[in-house]
Write a protein that binds this ligand. Structure first.
Ligand code: NAP
Length: 260
């Protein structure tokens, strides 16, 4: 399928590793010029070099913390008028809500709710003017099925999802779509970090814990980030303009439900 994305510009946040990287690579494979961000310049440059050599697409890097105003300003300066925005940032830490004070919560809300909202605010009017825009928010399956130890993720991401549910319907007539991609367990550094706590409690290795999670999934495995990148490309395709305000769960069937 020709996705019609050749020559488009994308800003993909938090994309030196994991799911963000997979989205950037998937888009670059479609001929999209990508601007990728992450805090660690070295890893970011290595990923950019890899995507360039795999795809031949133009890749621009912006090192910085996307959850800060300065980080967002730098990303937008490098890619002021993207056709595609992929919102992503690190996830909040697990824990017990009794231990989280106001500042801890504000960090999570900044990263997983307000950062995507401010980036959308910065780019959506340009997309409307150009009559093409695709915004994909990487959230979590926890939006639909809360993960008890990840209370800040459950809360902050649900806030973002509620906000964009309304906005998506205000901009859709301009061929600007906003949708969510909700990952279940994908084999990334984040999964290894969140599993490390379980492993410490159980005495099993991280690999054994991940294998246990895989067995409990209808697909009997965890996700490959490349599958996530392909879903991102699908939502960004020119043909996807009628997919509006949706939240696509990618979890191998873990979320047990007859419909959505
Ligand atoms: P990952 O493999 O740890 O990669 C995270 C990427 O984001 C890295 O490139 C990291 O680079 C960058 N990053 C983190 N914080 C950043 C910040 N403040 N500013 C700019 N870049 C930042 O994580 P992942 O698995 O791809 O997860 C991506 C998102 O999906 C997270 O929010 C995670 O909670 C969520 N999620 C993941 C899973 C899963 O199973 N993988 C499941 C549900 C939800 P630097 O560290 O150098 O900045």
């Amino acid at each position: 399928m020709d996705t019609g994305l050749k020559g488009k510009r994308a800003l993909v946040c938090a994309a030196s590793k994991g799911l963000g990287r997979a989205c950037a690579l998937g888009l670059a494979q479609e001929g999209v010029e990508v601007t990728i961000t992450a805090r660690t310049a070295e890893t970011l440059e290595a990923t950019a070099a890899e995507i360039r050599s795999l795809t031949g697409s133009k890749v621009t890097t912006v090192a910085g913390d996307i959850t800060t105003e300065a980080g967002r300003a730098a990303a937008l300066a490098a890619c002021p008028d993207p056709d595609i925005l992929v919102n992503n940032a690190g996830g909040p830490p697990p824990g017990d809500f009794r231990d989280w004070d106001r500042d801890t919560w504000l960090r999570a809300i900044d990263a997983n709710m307000l950062t995507p909202i401010f980036l959308i605010k910065a780019v959506v009017d340009g997309m409307i003017a150009r009559k093409f825009g695709r915004i994909v928010n990487i959230t979590s399956a926890s939006v639909k099925s809360p993960i008890p130890t990840l209370g800040m993720s459950n809360g902050a991401r649900a806030g973002l999802t509620g906000f964009v549910a309304g906005l998506a319907r205000q901009v859709a007539r301009h061929n600007v779509t906003i949708n969510g991609l909700l990952p279940g367990p994908f084999l990334t550094d984040r999964l290894k970090t969140t599993t490390a706590g379980l492993a410490a409690q159980s005495g099993r290795t991280i690999e054994e814990e991940i294998a246990l999670r895989a067995v409990s999934s209808p697909a009997r495995r965890v996700g490959d980030p490349a599958e996530f990148g392909a879903a991102c490309v699908f939502l960004c395709a020119a043909q996807s303009g009628f997919i509006v305000g949706q939240n696509l769960v990618l979890d191998g069937g873990l979320f047990n439900s007859t419909m959505g």
